[in-house]
Design a protein around this ligand. Structure first.
Ligand code: DAH
Length: 339
């Protein structure tokens, strides 16, 4: 009996030593310790033994069982350890391998300059206002002192959505929207897309961008307007920039003007860039018309203000010497990569 048990223990250990995974390990456990296993068979056979032999054999069987269980546990741990090592090995990361290059895009030239313009005005205490591109005729024209039959409408070929709704032709309507909601002091710029039914060529596009500006407070005069706009031009084009104001007409400002900068290419001599003029037009501006203040709910006896409108495309074209507006919208990366 003793030899038989020793043989069982030896073969159990041998078989265990050959297992490499949990399933094989379990098969060995069943073979020796299971209900139909070899040790169980010996326990069942004990009824044929004499009463003196029984406890001796019983003890031997228990010792062998304990030894098999210990061997099982040991082999189980070994298998787990090996599996972990295998996994770690297969997941090693070679940190010396070259990385995959991520292609980063960058800002569109219009956005580059718009961001600069925003920064300049934010630095001067302005806030940014935004409004709808599909606009009521009232805000785009009527409340800006451009009634239905006013000839100024002819200069802005308009996409009409219905009799009273248009694609905004200018950002100036934002002046009214802001004044209706806010009492002075007001100091905002309103950048955005505008639309006109213009044929496409090198300097015209049915979609372009404007940046509206509005300041309303007690005691605002034309010298405030000139001071801020000259400072703006110097920040954007450089400290040596020379500006001039020319009288002009806009229905919603009185008096009105256009601001030019001296051509930064020829310094006033006249060249191709400034078309021989020596000056480049940058923006329209003026003192907000008292009627516009009044229609927007602000008392023109107490408050005054100035407004301006900058054409973004024209500004960027001058800045980067771009000679065709269509390049902005074609999304040709060979063009966009240059900025
Ligand atoms: N909205 C005008 C345009 O499209 C530009 C403009 C001129 C805006 C004078 C203003 C201003 O606020 O005061 O031609």
């Amino acid at each position: 009996m003793k030899e038989q048990l020793e043989a069982i223990l030896a073969s159990a250990k041998k078989e265990l030593g050959e297992t490499t995974n949990a399933r094989d390990l379990d098969a060995v456990r069943v073979k020796y310790l299971g209900k139909k296993g070899e040790l169980t068979a010996i326990l069942k056979g004990m009824k044929n033994l004499s009463p003196e032999e029984r406890p001796v054999v019983g003890q031997m069987v228990n010792e062998v069982r304990a030894a098999v269980e210990a061997a099982l546990e040991e082999q189980g741990e070994k298998i787990e350890r090996l599996a972990l090592e295998e996994k770690l090995k297969s997941e090693t990361l070679d940190v010396t391998m070259p990385g995959e290059e991520v292609v980063l895009g960058h800002k569109h030239p219009l956005t580059v300059v718009l961001d600069e313009i925003k920064d300049i005005f934010i630095g001067l205490g302005f806030q940014i206002a935004e409004g709808p591109e599909v606009e009521l005729d009232h805000y785009n024209f009527e409340a800006l002192n451009i009634p239905k039959d006013h000839p100024a409408r002819d200069t802005q070929d308009t996409f009409y959505v219905s009799d009273n709704v248009v694609l905004r032709t200018q950002t100036s309507g934002m002046q009214v929207r802001v004044m209706e909601k806010t009492q002075p002091p007001i100091r905002i710029i309103a950048p955005g897309r505008v639309f006109r039914s213009d044929a496409v060529d090198a300097t015209h596009s049915p979609l372009f961008h404007q940046i509206e500006g509005l300041v309303v407070d007690k005691g605002i005069t034309m010298s405030d307007l000139k001071g801020i706009l000259e400072l703006f031009a110097k920040r954007l084009y450089g400290d040596d920039t020379v500006v001039r104001f020319r009288p002009h007409h806009f229905p919603f400002t009185e008096p009105s003007a256009e601001m030019d900068i001296q051509c930064y290419q020829c310094h006033g001599e006249g060249c191709r860039l400034c078309k021989g003029e020596g000056w480049i037009e940058i923006l329209g501006c003026g003192m907000v018309h008292p009627k516009v203040l009044e229609m927007s709910g602000i008392d023109p006896e107490i408050y005054s203000g100035y407004a301006f409108g900058i054409g973004l495309e024209r500004t960027v074209m001058g800045r980067f010497k771009i000679d065709d507006i269509r390049l902005f919208y074609e999304n040709d990366v060979r063009f966009l990569h240059q900025f």
